[in-house]
Design a protein around this ligand. Structure first.
Ligand code: SF4
Length: 229
């Protein structure tokens, strides 16, 4: 780890000492469902719909008996009918294949409909206490911009962060990056002017619009030319 990467992680820790999950859940099933719903939706919106959903369908067995059409009205404000279908299909597989308990391995979790690597890692990290770094769009973007990773895919980002950061900090580092991405380092118009980590940032844009693809291309070009902004 370079001195700069150490300073970035230290800076994030100081900026977000209380960083933690913003989704509400109390058990692995709720974590799984809430995380499926959170795709392309805000955590605040998900937190508005899950209390009624979990009240009426509190476990995989209850959810497995429902039809997607019954579930959709609960979750429609989170978008996509496919989310309701995936929640029901995942619950049925949990009942039929995993004895009614949410599995606790990446391999098993990613067999569930609608569950990709990021969702599986959220469940592993926050419901089973396993070491994992879930990489979502915020983690991918902010880690790249701050020089903690230099990756083109979320899988590559995950591997690079796991190699860089001590395992004991994986969970918190995930939250630091998400919190910075949500509060300051927005995708299209990051608030670079007020960013406390601006001096470490490869992509500091001084407030102009950042297009993520163009941003990656620019960084690649600058790497080739041996320059940075
Ligand atoms: S300087 Fe701008 S692009 Fe860099 S981390 Fe801060 S907000 Fe993000």
């Amino acid at each position: 780890m370079t001195q700069q990467q150490k300073a970035v992680l230290q800076g994030l820790a100081e900026l977000y000492p209380n960083a933690g999950p913003e989704l509400h859940f109390t058990n692995p099933f709720e974590t799984l469902v809430a995380t499926i719903l959170a795709a392309q939706c805000t955590d605040a919106r998900v937190n508005m719909v899950t209390p009624a959903l979990f009240r009426d369908y509190p476990d995989p067995a209850a959810m497995a008996k429902a039809e997607p059409e019954e579930i959709f009205p609960y979750v429609k404000s989170c978008g996509f009918k496919s989310k309701a279908a995936n929640i029901v299909a995942a619950s049925r597989m949990i009942v039929e294949k995993f004895g009614g308990r949410v599995p606790d391995t990446l391999e098993e979790l990613t067999q569930l409909p609608g569950v990709g690597r990021k969702t599986a890692n959220v469940v592993l990290a926050f419901s089973f206490g396993k070491a994992a770094i879930p990489v979502d769009t915020h983690v991918f973007r902010v880690a790249n911009r701050l020089g903690l990773s230099d990756a083109r895919t979320v899988e590559e980002t995950e591997r690079q962060l796991m190699a860089l950061i001590p395992e004991s900090d994986w969970s918190q580092a995930h939250h630091w990056l998400i919190w910075h991405g949500r509060r300051v380092c927005h995708s299209q118009k990051p608030d670079c002017e007020h960013c406390a980590l601006k001096s470490f940032c490869k992509s500091a844009c001084q407030g102009r619009m950042i297009n993520p693809k163009a941003d990656a291309k620019r960084r690649a070009r600058e790497r080739k030319q041996g320059v940075s902004c």
